[in-house]
Design a protein around this ligand. Structure first.
Ligand code: PBG
Length: 335
């Protein structure tokens, strides 16, 4: 992105509206396009058989049992969506202060990954690395005396990532914001022979109010004690995001995530231009809920707002977007 505006003509010799005068002309000069290849579909998995529980705050989104998530994965393949991301709604009885269920090779996520990869080996499967689905207090890290412990958590995340890799996951995505976890996870994966498992680092993840509906979907919201401000970033900061990304690249990250999405387009733009890394954006649950609820009230056009939000990510510099709209957008593009 150039800092100065490019040299351009003067009115009336130049009329900017000329290029906007018709549909074919607008298509011809369009700078950004959305392709199905740019989409990642986040999915919620829950216990049971043939279960699809609607998430109230996320219209059109359901928590799916393993058999149903395999079907959703099949739909992703059919639509040409390259990858899905899986988040578990863990039985509250399995949540402990040491988050032991995270290391269970037979936990919900691992069972889902195995079943999905068995049915659809060519679909990319992404797993979140963080302890919040398994932690009794809803935090991404291990808590002692009210403090989120960094190094103890990193050791736990390494175990969790290896368990997910063993289940067949292609990309591990640490979303926990502990310091030093990318290098530690890279080394733990390599030691177990998983050199080819990629790391998507949630390098710039902000302590955001926009995660509310997600915490409802995975059932961690009610459990959460306090907030995540001692590890997730302050929404006021931008230079700090560059330092986070620089460190994670040095530690071996293959891809970088910015999260949330739309309120942080400036961060996506800076990161993409500074590092030229594969840079992803997460259109989080709250962004999805906002668009849906406004549309449900007749206050904005759902399709229009949905497509505009995704093109904005691409324009800002995102290579791919995690979005709950993924299958709907993919169908729209296919038409
Ligand atoms: C937690 C995690 C969160 C999301 C993805 N992984 C929530 C949080 O940090 O509390 C949010 C996704 C969304 O809101 O759609 N590791």
């Amino acid at each position: 992105m150039p800092n100065k505006p490019p040299l351009t003509g003067k009115f009336p010799l130049t009329r900017m509206r000329r290029n906007r005068g018709d549909d074919w002309g607008r298509r011809l000069v369009g700078e950004t396009r959305i392709s199905v290849d740019d989409l990642v579909w986040p999915l919620f998995v829950t216990e049971g058989n043939d279960v699809g529980e609607p998430v109230k705050s996320m219209p059109g989104v359901e928590r799916l049992s393993v058999d149903r998530i395999v079907k959703a994965a099949g739909q992703a393949v059919e639509l040409g969506i390259p990858a899905i991301a899986i988040f578990p709604n863990t039985d509250p009885k399995l949540k402990t202060s040491d988050a032991l269920e995270a290391f269970n090779p037979d936990n919900l996520v691992c069972r889902a990954v195995k079943a999905i990869k068995e049915a659809h080996s060519d679909l990319g499967v992404i797993c979140d690395v963080a302890l919040d689905p398994y932690n009794a207090d809803g935090h991404d890290g291990i808590v002692r005396d009210g403090k989120i412990l960094n190094d103890e958590t990193v050791a736990a995340l390494c175990r969790q990532a290896v368990v997910q890799a063993k289940a067949g996951c292609d990309i591990v995505a640490p979303s926990d914001m502990m310091d030093g976890r990318i290098k530690a996870i890279r080394e733990a994966l390599d030691k177990e022979g998983f050199q080819d498992v990629r790391i998507l680092s949630y390098a710039a993840k902000y302590a955001s109010a926009f995660y509310g509906p997600f915490r409802d979907a995975v059932g961690s919201g009610g459990a959460l004690k306090g907030d995540k401000k001692t590890y997730q970033m302050d929404p006021a900061n931008s230079d700090e995001a560059l330092r986070e990304v620089a460190m994670d690249i040095a530690e071996g990250a293959d891809m970088i995530m910015v999260k949330p999405g739309m309120p942080y387009l400036d961060i996506i733009g800076r990161i993409k231009t500074t590092f030229a890394m594969p840079t992803f954006a997460y259109q989080v649950s709250g962004e999805y809920a906002m668009i849906h609820s406004a549309a449900a009230n007749g206050w904005l056009d759902l399709d229009g707002a949905m497509m505009e939000s995704i093109i904005a990510f691409k324009r800002a510099g995102a290579d791919a977007v995690f979005t709950y709209f993924a299958p709907v957008i993919a169908k729209k593009i296919k038409q």
